[in-house]
Design a protein around this ligand. Sequence first.
Ligand code: RB5
Length: 146
Amino acid sequence: MTEKVAIASDHAGLPLKTVLKEMRSDIEWIDLGTHTPDSVDYPDYASALADCIGKGEAKRGVLICGTGIGISMAANRHKHIRAGVCHDVTTARLTRLDNDANVMCIGARIIGLNVALDCLEAFLKTDFAGDQPDGERHKNRVGKFS
Ligand code: RB5
Protein backbone atom coordinates (compact mmCIF):
# COMPACT_ATOMS: atom_id res chain seq x y z
CA MET A 1 0.00 0.00 0.00
CA THR A 2 1.65 3.23 -1.12
CA GLU A 3 -1.22 5.64 -0.39
CA LYS A 4 -0.68 7.84 2.65
CA VAL A 5 -3.39 7.51 5.28
CA ALA A 6 -3.79 10.05 8.09
CA ILE A 7 -4.64 8.74 11.54
CA ALA A 8 -5.41 10.43 14.86
CA SER A 9 -7.05 9.55 18.14
CA ASP A 10 -7.71 10.84 21.60
CA HIS A 11 -6.39 9.07 24.72
CA ALA A 12 -9.21 6.49 24.57
CA GLY A 13 -8.24 5.55 21.03
CA LEU A 14 -4.48 5.57 21.50
CA PRO A 15 -3.98 1.85 22.27
CA LEU A 16 -6.02 0.80 19.23
CA LYS A 17 -4.26 3.38 17.01
CA THR A 18 -0.87 2.04 18.10
CA VAL A 19 -1.75 -1.60 17.36
CA LEU A 20 -3.53 -0.81 14.09
CA LYS A 21 -0.42 0.98 12.85
CA GLU A 22 1.78 -1.93 13.91
CA MET A 23 -0.45 -4.53 12.26
CA ARG A 24 -0.70 -2.49 9.03
CA SER A 25 2.88 -1.30 8.81
CA ASP A 26 2.55 -1.63 5.01
CA ILE A 27 0.51 1.58 5.07
CA GLU A 28 2.30 4.93 5.00
CA TRP A 29 0.66 6.51 8.05
CA ILE A 30 0.64 10.19 8.90
CA ASP A 31 0.14 9.99 12.67
CA LEU A 32 -1.26 13.24 14.04
CA GLY A 33 -1.39 12.10 17.67
CA THR A 34 -2.21 11.80 20.41
CA HIS A 35 1.01 10.12 21.46
CA THR A 36 0.63 9.87 25.24
CA PRO A 37 -2.13 8.47 27.49
CA ASP A 38 -2.84 11.94 28.96
CA SER A 39 -6.45 13.04 28.64
CA VAL A 40 -7.01 15.21 25.55
CA ASP A 41 -9.98 16.68 23.67
CA TYR A 42 -11.00 14.64 20.62
CA PRO A 43 -12.14 17.69 18.52
CA ASP A 44 -8.51 18.88 18.42
CA TYR A 45 -7.47 15.62 16.74
CA ALA A 46 -10.42 15.67 14.36
CA SER A 47 -9.35 19.19 13.31
CA ALA A 48 -5.70 18.17 12.85
CA LEU A 49 -6.76 15.32 10.58
CA ALA A 50 -9.22 17.53 8.67
CA ASP A 51 -6.42 20.06 8.06
CA CYS A 52 -4.09 17.30 6.84
CA ILE A 53 -6.69 16.08 4.33
CA GLY A 54 -7.56 19.68 3.38
CA LYS A 55 -3.93 20.34 2.49
CA GLY A 56 -3.87 17.23 0.31
CA GLU A 57 -1.26 15.46 2.44
CA ALA A 58 -3.53 12.40 2.61
CA LYS A 59 -6.71 11.50 0.75
CA ARG A 60 -8.21 9.39 3.53
CA GLY A 61 -8.05 9.23 7.28
CA VAL A 62 -8.89 7.18 10.33
CA LEU A 63 -10.10 8.76 13.57
CA ILE A 64 -10.43 6.85 16.84
CA CYS A 65 -12.02 7.86 20.12
CA GLY A 66 -13.89 5.85 22.74
CA THR A 67 -17.06 5.42 20.67
CA GLY A 68 -16.09 6.91 17.30
CA ILE A 69 -19.12 9.18 17.65
CA GLY A 70 -17.72 12.36 19.19
CA ILE A 71 -14.72 12.46 16.89
CA SER A 72 -16.97 11.93 13.83
CA MET A 73 -19.24 14.79 14.88
CA ALA A 74 -16.21 17.05 15.23
CA ALA A 75 -14.71 15.92 11.91
CA ASN A 76 -17.96 16.50 10.02
CA ARG A 77 -17.93 20.18 11.04
CA HIS A 78 -15.24 20.56 8.37
CA LYS A 79 -16.90 21.01 4.97
CA HIS A 80 -14.45 18.85 3.04
CA ILE A 81 -14.77 15.92 5.45
CA ARG A 82 -17.27 13.09 5.10
CA ALA A 83 -16.69 10.98 8.20
CA GLY A 84 -18.63 7.79 8.89
CA VAL A 85 -18.70 5.81 12.12
CA CYS A 86 -17.91 2.18 11.31
CA HIS A 87 -18.30 -0.84 13.53
CA ASP A 88 -18.12 -3.72 11.07
CA VAL A 89 -17.08 -4.55 7.51
CA THR A 90 -20.50 -3.65 6.15
CA THR A 91 -20.57 -0.13 7.57
CA ALA A 92 -16.96 0.43 6.46
CA ARG A 93 -17.72 -0.77 2.92
CA LEU A 94 -21.01 1.11 2.58
CA THR A 95 -19.72 4.41 3.91
CA ARG A 96 -17.25 4.37 1.00
CA LEU A 97 -19.64 2.95 -1.59
CA ASP A 98 -22.67 5.15 -0.79
CA ASN A 99 -21.29 8.19 1.06
CA ASP A 100 -17.80 8.57 -0.44
CA ALA A 101 -16.51 8.90 3.13
CA ASN A 102 -12.95 10.17 3.26
CA VAL A 103 -12.66 9.49 6.99
CA MET A 104 -13.50 6.33 8.92
CA CYS A 105 -14.25 6.77 12.63
CA ILE A 106 -14.04 3.84 15.00
CA GLY A 107 -14.70 3.38 18.68
CA ALA A 108 -11.91 1.74 20.62
CA ARG A 109 -14.34 0.94 23.44
CA ILE A 110 -16.83 -0.58 20.97
CA ILE A 111 -14.93 -2.83 18.58
CA GLY A 112 -11.88 -5.06 18.96
CA LEU A 113 -8.66 -5.14 16.99
CA ASN A 114 -9.68 -7.75 14.43
CA VAL A 115 -12.91 -5.98 13.56
CA ALA A 116 -11.01 -2.70 13.31
CA LEU A 117 -8.52 -4.30 10.91
CA ASP A 118 -11.37 -5.66 8.78
CA CYS A 119 -13.03 -2.23 8.76
CA LEU A 120 -9.78 -0.62 7.67
CA GLU A 121 -9.32 -3.08 4.82
CA ALA A 122 -12.90 -2.57 3.59
CA PHE A 123 -12.64 1.23 3.94
CA LEU A 124 -9.41 1.42 1.93
CA LYS A 125 -10.34 -0.95 -0.87
CA THR A 126 -13.91 0.14 -1.62
CA ASP A 127 -14.53 2.72 -4.35
CA PHE A 128 -17.37 5.24 -4.35
CA ALA A 129 -20.38 4.00 -6.34
CA GLY A 130 -20.80 7.55 -7.67
CA ASP A 131 -17.68 7.07 -9.77
CA GLN A 132 -19.23 4.10 -11.60
CA PRO A 133 -21.07 4.66 -14.93
CA ASP A 134 -24.52 4.13 -13.29
CA GLY A 135 -23.67 5.96 -10.06
CA GLU A 136 -25.01 9.44 -10.82
CA ARG A 137 -27.63 9.27 -8.03
CA HIS A 138 -24.93 8.67 -5.42
CA LYS A 139 -22.98 11.68 -6.69
CA ASN A 140 -26.12 13.84 -6.53
CA ARG A 141 -26.86 12.78 -2.95
CA VAL A 142 -23.33 13.38 -1.70
CA GLY A 143 -23.33 16.68 -3.62
CA LYS A 144 -26.32 17.80 -1.55
CA PHE A 145 -24.21 17.69 1.63
CA SER A 146 -22.92 21.10 0.63
C1 RB5 B 1 -13.17 10.12 26.20
O1 RB5 B 1 -13.30 9.66 27.50
C2 RB5 B 1 -14.44 9.84 25.41
O2 RB5 B 1 -15.47 10.67 25.82
C3 RB5 B 1 -14.19 10.02 23.92
O3 RB5 B 1 -13.15 9.19 23.54
C4 RB5 B 1 -15.32 9.70 22.96
O4 RB5 B 1 -15.85 8.43 23.21
C5 RB5 B 1 -16.33 10.70 22.74
O5 RB5 B 1 -17.20 10.56 21.84
